[in-house]
Design a protein around this ligand. Structure first.
Ligand code: ADP
Ligand code: ASP
Ligand code: MG
Length: 438
């Protein structure tokens, strides 16, 4: 007998039909002792995620706008699930508590977390096992920073008291007891920290695709699934935008050496993807996966003899630090250096930044490329194979994609390119077609 921690994402708990599939999966293996659930997600494309509705509810409250209708929509969805499953999870009473809190001035995080809280209550009742609230055991400091070791100790002590249980994902609490959430998609993190605290044999992450796919299925039609991937490769892909698993869910599992198995609630017999410590050596596809995101700005700085000037890059970086802007990449050439920044951090600061760079570095020219997308082609086997770059750039050339920036990590595990936002999808498809059938 072992212990499996299973996390079910929004689509796996979206309604009673999905909840039944989830129940079947859990009950098919007695090792599935601790269950982490998300808030109900979309039931169909145009549907709303409960978390989005709750955040909208908060915006209405904040603006003193009527909120009753949204509140009712959220309530109806949970009542419908409870009723269709034929259980009593105390949902009506729980909504009375939420409404009371709401009138007293509930925080954004408190409201956002209620989707997971109520989903947890439903699954505990459905499975007839304990409900273990995450508040008080998933811990953040007063500044809202996640306390990994304190949480591990508190969780381990609590889980020991239960043979089985359902833990709501996505949130925990601050030292004063107030609710604090992780960033969006954070139930994946809860799953990983629960797996670590209970020393699980496997952390199963059940979603709506048959594992981690070589490329985003919304861009490439029917991409192949990745059979096995290392934590390191996955971290690169998640960070670059493959949204299957929250990037911060990897660290706790990796630390404890617990394999993560991504699986499909709608196709439970499929094996899914295993995320493990070791890298598969020379066998298999050259590339493991492709991921990327849009909306970056590249600032390219040229200065004659830059390479022999000391402190040049430091001066550029300190300007970015002054503006509190994290830097994504710093590709450089002999007398050039480029800074890649995600637009979400830039606001309207670009003009001021350029001016500062020109003044403080005496650069010859500063060029700005906006509306750029970054794409990472990741694979631990890439370094050992000849001709990977040639193949990649030929494919992009043939697809008529203009590559504006190239950055290859020193680990040689990935090649990152910058293309225009408009070319993003075409570029991903071209790279996929060039490598997927290896
Ligand atoms: P959950 O609600 O179960 O946490 P998410 O929506 O967070 O699920 O993640 C699963 C989704 O991630 C898929 O439906 C798919 O559209 C998207 N996705 C993006 N890139 C990939 C990829 N490389 N492999 C699989 N899914 C991907
Ligand atoms: N419900 C939260 C979200 O939509 C957390 C999660 O699903 O992981 O972001
Ligand atoms: Mg998710």
């Amino acid at each position: 007998m072992g212990i499996i921690v299973t996390k079910f994402g929004g689509t796996s708990v979206a309604d009673a039909i999905q909840a039944k599939k989830t129940q079947e999966i859990i009950e098919a293996d007695a090792d599935r002792k601790f269950i982490v659930v998300s808030a109900p997600g979309k039931r169909f494309d145009a549907d709303n995620k409960i978390t989005d509705l709750l955040l909208l509810l908060f915006t209405h409250l904040e603006q003193n706008a009527p909120y009753e209708q949204i509140f009712q929509v959220v309530k109806d969805r949970f009542i419908d699930i409870e009723r269709a499953l034929g259980i009593d999870a105390g949902i009506t009473a729980a909504f009375d508590v939420i409404e009371k809190k709401l009138k007293e001035g509930a925080t954004k995080d408190y409201l956002a977390s209620r989707g997971e809280y109520l989903s947890g209550r439903i699954f505990a009742a459905l499975l007839g096992i304990d409900f273990i609230d995450a508040a008080g055991i998933v811990l953040f400091n007063e500044k809202g920073r996640f306390l990994s070791e304190e949480t591990n100790a508190a969780l381990a002590a609590e889980l020991e008291k239960h043979e089985r249980g359902v833990i709501p994902g996505f949130y925990g609490s601050l030292p004063n007891g107030e609710i604090k959430t992780f960033s969006r998609g954070g139930s994946d993190i809860t799953g990983a920290i629960v797996a670590r605290a209970i020393s699980a044999d496997v952390y199963e992450n059940w979603t709506d695709v048959s594992g981690f796919l070589v490329a985003d299925p919304r861009i490439v039609k029917n991409p192949k699934a990745i059979d096995q991937i290392s934590y390191k490769e996955l971290r690169e892909l998640s960070y670059m935008g493959a949204s299957v698993l929250h990037e911060n869910a990897i660290y706790p599992a990796r630390l404890a050496g617990i394999p993560i198995n991504i699986r499909n609630t709608n196709a439970p017999t499929e094996r899914g993807t295993f995320i493990v410590a070791g890298e598969k050596e020379t066998e298999g596809r050259i590339i493991t996966g492709i991921a990327g995101s849009k909306d970056f700005t590249v600032i390219a700085i040229y200065k004659n003899m830059m390479s022999s000037e000391t402190g040049f890059i430091r001066r550029v970086l300190s300007i970015m630090e002054d503006y509190g802007i994290p830097i994504e990449h710093i590709p450089s050439g002999v007398d050039t250096v480029s800074i890649v920044i995600a637009d979400k951090y830039l606001d309207d600061k670009l003009g001021d930044i350029i001016e500062d760079i020109e003044r403080k570095t005496q650069a010859d020219t500063v060029e700005v490329f906006e509306k750029m997308a970054l794409i990472a082609t990741v694979g631990s086997r890439m370094a050992a194979r000849k001709g990977v770059s040639a193949k990649l750039f030929t494919a992009l050339y043939e697809a008529d994609v203009n590559v504006r920036m190239i950055d290859q990590g020193s680990s040689e595990m990935n090649i990152i390119i910058g293309v225009e936002n408009n070319d993003f999808e075409t570029a991903i498809r071209a790279i996929y077609d060039a490598f997927a059938n290896e």
